[in-house]
Design a binder for this molecule. Sequence first.
Ligand code: SF4
Length: 379
Amino acid sequence: MAGLYIHIPFCKQACHYCDFHFSTNLPLMEVMMDSITMELKLRKDYLRGEAVDTVYFGGGTPSLVPAEYLEKILDQVAALFPGKKQEVTLEANPDDLNPQALGNWKSLGIDRLSLGIQSFQDQILIAYNRAHTSKEAKQAIQLARAAGFEKFSIDLIYGYPHSDHQLWKLDLEEALRLDPGHLSAYSLTIEPKTTFGNWTKKGKFSPAEDEFVAQQFEWLQEQCDKAGYVQYEISNFSRPNQVAIHNSNYWKRSPYLGIGPSAHSFDGSSRGFNPSSNANYTKALSAGALPFVLEQLTPTESINEEILTGLRTQWGLDTGSLAERYHLDILEIKKGPISKLTELGMIHTLGKTLTLTRKGQLLADSIASDIFIDSHDLS
Ligand code: SF4
């Protein structure tokens, strides 16, 4: 089964931490929607006939798109990729939620919302330059429930340096009180091409200390655990029946087709990258050309991607499956680093599966890189 990702590259305003691709030039929406519909048609064979069972509208801010454009895109999806979908998700910002919009989304077959709440504290929302208030964030969940959305996720950000732990505790308390089926929580990262990145360069902003962020992450793990959520990926927590199917398939390295500017695709052996420019994207498609660049993965790159993504999930890294497919015994080749990481309490091994411990989750990327292989390991 494959996934379909559709990137909507528009936002009302730029959040100070965000380095996703978007533009605030909303009048270009119509041209963009035509290009997206065209790209879907031109790339219908990318997945080589594999059935698409999840659709994900991400961005940017998909909740800004008028319902008639969403309908046009979804009609095109149904015509090109027929069959029942297991999950159709729309990322939505709280200020775009109202009974009419929610009713439209529901009738279009959208059955899951990913709500960009980020914080319930007005002072933090202002610092992030979010377009919504704390009150709107809380109302969004009531509105989504009243409209009959059973599946929705709350997105939060922790580790804002100019605050204290108490504000994060309040955010988490509020989120859990609202009892969403799914919660995603990411630590604030300072990216160079953002307002926070720019302020940091000028000495007007300081990223949080690692210890400060680690404490908030530990609090997140403990509270979600107490509330009965399963941490199925480092940043993702869910009720047992509400694991995000589309996103889980990324971590399991299932194929997906990414449509829209800046979207990525994966067909099992290569990755495709669309340009992160609305103008270049729409210009290419209006001339009937596909703008994406292909990058063939080497076996070493594929294995290292599996190590990185596998370790992030509760299912772990199945070294037995790697051994079957690549004739490579990671447990033997990486015996030294694995036993050191085990002694440090960072990973544990059950049969042939490696998983991170809670302590290890704080250092997931560096642990993965300790286990990465080189091309000579395959020879
Ligand atoms: S965080 Fe979301 S709403 Fe804010 S600028 Fe980025 S994509 Fe847009």
